[in-house]
Write a protein that binds this ligand. Sequence first.
Ligand SMILES: [Zn+2]
Length: 369
Amino acid sequence: MKEDFYDILGISKNATDAEIKKAYRKKAIEYHPDKNPGDKSAEEKFKKAAEAYEILSDPDKKARYDQYGHQAFEGGGFGGGGMNMDDIFSQFGDIFGGGFSGFGGFGGGGGRQRRVKGSNLRIRVKLTLEEIANGVEKKIIVKRKIQAPGTTYKTCGTCNGTGQVTRITNTILGRMQTATTCSTCGGAGQSIDYRPSDADGQGLKVTEETVSIKIPAGVEDGMQLKVAGKGNEAPGEGVAGDLLVAIEEQDHPDLQREGNNLHYDLYVSFSEAALGASREIDTVSGKVRIKIEEGVQSGKILRLRGKGIPSLNGYGKGDLLVHVNVWTPKTLNKEQREFFEKMSKDDHFRPNPDSGEKSFFEKVKDMFS
Ligand SMILES: [Zn+2]
């Protein structure tokens, strides 16, 4: 009886995409062959987790599995044997992020020489709304592995630099040729010739480097930028991994973002609403003075075109929507109370929304026109 995919990942049937991914990542790290060298049962669990993730991370396959169970996939792809390690790395390699990717862990295979890629690094960058609106260049100190000075690599003698070993076996069908990854160099085609004492087994060492990251205007919380080549270096002639920068947007004290538009709550007093006023408000590009017409109603929205966030593709800018709120005092003294009591008897102060003033729905329509 085949084990349930949800049980393999240790999650419930209601798990979200993010939970599925997280659970898989955890299992993959726990049973990763780099961490459990030679442990067959760990390798088996690693493969099972990958198989479960392959199905549950794909909405179509997940729906089929939820309806029919393992029967849904019998006869195809995953029937019995499961995936091999190379499939797992080439399909889901990026989920491991920094940390893994052995000497030759990735790579396309085939007959060509493989290029080993260093592992990616991930960092978070906190940005203010002003930085997001205007774009910013951040200098970040990153700890990354580089090839230690003095390290030299030589062509692997076992595979002569091809990364693969070809074996010829005689079978009843004739001679069969099979190519497998070279176990001496792990497929990289190179091995260490000399390494200084402060370098690790791959000739790498950790250094601190200041990386300058240009962040374009208009990014959003949760977006990920890639700085190519600023991840960990790879040994030998391999290429460096990437630095993945996750954007975190800090809350602004006065402005709320909605897509590329910004919202601002403006409070005016009774008398300002009646007499009109001029007020200075904060925007992402400095202060702006706005005029409030006399007789303004609470709930009116003033649109300041182009005072929002620029769109990431460089075309157009959002607006700043200023919401007018008439502030009602919460307490009154005797004199003030008498004043308002007198006012309340005057017909002129009785609400009369139909007298030329636009209705709420018309105002909303105006907003989107
Ligand atoms: Zn080799």
